[in-house]
Every structure is written in C-alpha cells, then in structure tokens.
Write a protein that binds this ligand. Structure first.
Ligand code: FAD
Length: 432
C-alpha cells in the first residue's frame, strides 16, 4: 500500500524554520518535502544583518534586529544544534556573521535550500475543519504572496510557525513621551555606536541588549545612563555608564524624570525593552488563542493550541538555549504528527497548560514573563525527548550554559574573551 505523506508548511527560514525543515526531510517515509516560506531573500532571520533600517526595497519591514558589532552571548558549544557542531577552529563567542555562515552550512548539509520559497510572505494560515472530530481532521489553508503580488493558497496537513519574535519592538508607555526633544529609538533600529559619540544617551532596560549596547555606546564616546528596574547591578560596569532607576515620565520641557525623583536631559532615549509577539497571518480567536504583547496561550507543551494540535509554534519560549530548544521542539512535534506520541484530549491539554502557568505564577513569575524558561528549560527539553523517544540534550550543555550566565553576571564587559572546549559529560561531572 502506498503511504500518504503529510505535507508541512514552515513559516520562516530562521534557525527554527531551518531546524524544522531539516528534521522533516530526515523522515521521508512520513513527510513530503516541506515548503518553507521566507519573507526575505535570505536565510537566518535574526542572524541576517541588514544595515538598513525601516523597510526593504519592496516596502516590507526589516525583520532582523541584529547590530553590526554583536558577538553572541552564548558560546558556540552551547548555541549549536546538538547534531551539527560549529567549526572547531572557531572561538567560543562568535560575531553574528559566523552564525549566518553556520546556518548556511546547515542548509547545504541537509539540502534545505531547494525547499525554501524566498521573497514569499505568508499572509494567512487558516484551519479547515473537515469533520467533527477537530483534532484529527484539520487541514491548513496557507495563503502566501510573492514579490510580484501573486497570491497562492495551498493546503497542508500541518503548519510550523517559525516567524520569530524579535522584530516587533515593545515600547512601554512613558507619560509625556511626545515632549521629548531628542531622538527616540528602539534597539531594533540600532546598528552601530559611532553616531552617538559625544551624546548623552539614556538606555532603558538592562537585559542582554541594554547592557551590550550601553557598553558599545560608552566605548564610542557617549555618556550613558542605564535605567532599569532590576536590583542595582553590582558587577563592574565600564566607567561612563551610570545606573539609574526606571524612567517614569518626560516633563513638559523635555527632561527625563526617574523613579527616584531625579531629573536629567538626554540627546537620545534608547528603548532596549524587548519585543512583542505578532502573528499577523493568524486569527487568534479562530484558533482559541490569546495573543498578547508578551504571551501566547494556551499552548500545550509551549507549542500547540489544544484546539488545533497540528499547528506548532516553534521558538516561542524565552530565556533558553535557542537552537537546542528548537531541535527538541521540532522532533516532538514530528512525533505527534507521525503518531508516535499520542496527545491527551483537548480538555486535558488545556488543564495541563493552566497547571503549568499557575505553577509559574506561584513561583513568582510575572504575567509578562510566563514564557521565560530559565532553569525549567532543561526538564522541559528532557520531557520532550523522553516522551518522543529522541536523545536528550547532553548535560554538559546545561553545565556550560550556567557557567556562562555566571560569568556574564560577574564580567559583562569581557566574559566573551573566554574560550570553552566542549568537554565530555563525564569530565564535566568531575569538575563540579
Ligand atoms: P528569526 O531568526 O527571527 O527567523 C524568523 C524568520 O521568519 C525570518 O527569516 C523572517 O523573515 C521570517 N518570517 C517572518 N514572518 C514571515 C511571514 N509572514 N512569511 C514568511 N516568512 C516570515 N540566540 C542565541 O542563541 N545566541 C545569541 O547570542 C543571541 N543573540 C541575539 C541577539 C539579538 C540582537 C537578538 C534579536 C536575538 C538573539 N538571539 C540569540 C536569539 C535569536 O533570535 C535566536 O537564536 C534565533 O535565531 C531565533 O530564530 P527564529 O527562527 O525563531 O526567528
């Protein structure tokens, strides 16, 4: 009997979409070659540095938030897909160009290129329910549009949403913002530091980008006030960076008022305040989902809407080791599709999501951080591997990740000078 191969659409050719394509292609007995829709003319998503800001030649918003001098904040030993190491000659912390090269190599090695439709934007993903029993009988209508404006609608068995979530700036509401007389900028639009030389810049937010960009600005001769709501940072910051409490308002005369009552002037207000979720091609109500700035819910196993478990959001979690996490999510999703993992009922999946989120709230996670994983990521990836029967992440990745976090807290300016070698799990155990 001839097997009917499932057809999967993948939205996006960033790291998550490429990982999805790679694993689909490795299961030719269950899946047809995937169709990977990619908005831009290149692979890599975030890792595709585009100096231009705003819109591309075709009037589409620039997707990548990469800045020119970014070096990774995770070492290559931790960043890599577990089945595809980086070149051993490279140092641990890499310039962004090397990640783009790595993803291109991954694409070649797994013959993904021919599956990608470049310059093609997915405009609509819509479930088509063929019978009463929704879970087993949903097909997906995917409407895409190429550069000539030609629209096409095709039917798929499943859709992997890999469109990323570091493109749509989140800017908190600061009362009086219209009074600010200098330049307002989000880190999505930041490319390099030279234009800020000699300026005073207030950077809002002290997470990875806020810290990195502050350090770049100071090195280029800017005077930086790093405004954040975290406990005062106790690690050494370069001289030239002053910490302050959160910005609470802009006064009528354009000065910036901070929570501690102090007032200051600045040439630029730089929002390093993160990004919000946006899936313009999905109808959240139709999918039984609530999509907010910082939350998409309910998603069973942080991936599937319980009402439509053949739609998979890959890479929705934050504070993770991204590529290894995608690798686990994709393999789990494919095990669901090929039937080797059977799912509980819709009601049970919904209960499970609520239980997981309630537990996070009980542990003190704020609403806007419910998709942050931190330590939970290891048990999460292990659970996906156990359930779907693929090899778990090597424990050494967890060990190295923790060590790098520790180093970052102590030496934010030069933790990247360290070179790690991926030692074996048994050697790592001995070091602990
Ligand atoms: P993306 O890379 O954003 O890819 C999404 C793709 O989908 C894009 O190519 C986009 O064009 C396409 N797309 C979007 N909408 C559509 C549509 N409607 N139709 C068709 N295509 C569409 N991670 C690390 O591991 N280490 C780091 O050091 C690190 N540093 C980072 C620094 C910055 C400044 C940022 C923003 C992120 C960083 N990350 C880092 C996280 C990084 O984003 C992830 O590692 C990973 O690259 C995300 O991959 P993705 O495929 O989910 O999304």
């Amino acid at each position: 009997m001839k097997m009917v191969l499932q057809r999967v659409a993948v939205v996006g050719a960033g790291a998550a979409g490429l990982c999805a394509a790679r694993h689909i292609l490795s299961r030719p007995n269950s899946f047809a070659c995937p169709v990977v829709f990619e908005l831009t003319d290149n692979i890599g998503g975030t890792w595709c540095y585009v100096e231009r800001i705003g819109q591309d030649d075709h009037g589409r918003p620039i997707h990548s938030s990469m800045y020119r001098d970014l070096r990774t904040n995770l070492p290559k030993e931790v960043m890599a897909f577990p089945d595809f190491p980086f070149d051993p000659q490279l140092s641990s912390f890499l310039p962004h160009q090397e990640i783009q090269k790595y993803l291109k190599k991954y694409c070649h090695a797994h013959n993904i290129w021919p599956q990608i439709r470049f310059n093609t934007m997915v405009e609509k993903v819509k479930p088509v329910v063929l019978a009463k029993e929704v879970e087993k009988n949903t097909m997906w209508e995917v409407t895409s549009c190429d550069l000539s404006g030609h629209q096409k609608t095709e039917i798929f068995d499943s859709v992997f949403v890999c469109s990323g979530h570091y493109s749509e700036p989140y800017i908190p509401n600061v009362p009086g913002m219209k009074n600010f007389k200098g330049k307002l900028l989000h880190s999505h639009l930041y490319r390099y530091a030279e234009p800020f030389s000699g300026q005073s810049v207030v950077v809002l937010g002290a997470k990875a980008s806020g810290l990195d960009i502050s350090i770049e600005l100071v090195k280029a001769g800017a005077k930086v006030t790093l405004s954040h709501g975290r406990p005062r940072l106790t690690f050494p910051l370069p001289s030239g960076i002053r910490q302050s409490s959160p910005v609470v308002a802009i006064e009528d005369n354009g000065s910036i008022r901070f929570q501690d009552g102090s007032v200051d002037q600045a040439d630029t207000l730089m929002f390093c305040t993160g990004y919000k979720f946006r899936f313009p091609f999905l109808d959240a109500d139709q999918l039984g989902l609530k999509i907010q700035d910082h939350m998409v819910s309910p998603l069973y196993r942080y991936m599937m809407p319980p009402a439509f478990p053949s739609l998979f959001f890959i890479s929705i979690c934050k504070m993770i080791c991204p590529f290894p996490n995608f690798n686990c999510q994709v393999q789990f999703a494919l095990a669901v599709l090929d039937g080797s993992v059977s799912l509980p009922s819709r009601a049970e999946m919904e209960d499970d999501v609520h239980r997981v989120l309630r537990d996070k709230v009980d542990r003190g996670f704020q609403q806007r951080h419910l998709l942050d994983m931190f330590e939970d990521q290891w048990e999460y990836c292990d659970m996906l591997a156990r359930t779907a029967g693929f090899p778990p992440l090597p424990p050494v990745i967890q060990g190295l990740y923790k060590e790098v976090w520790r180093q970052r807290q102590v030496h934010p300016e030069n933790y990247r000078s360290h070179n790690y070698r991926l030692i074996s799990d048994s050697q790592w155990e001995l070091l602990k």
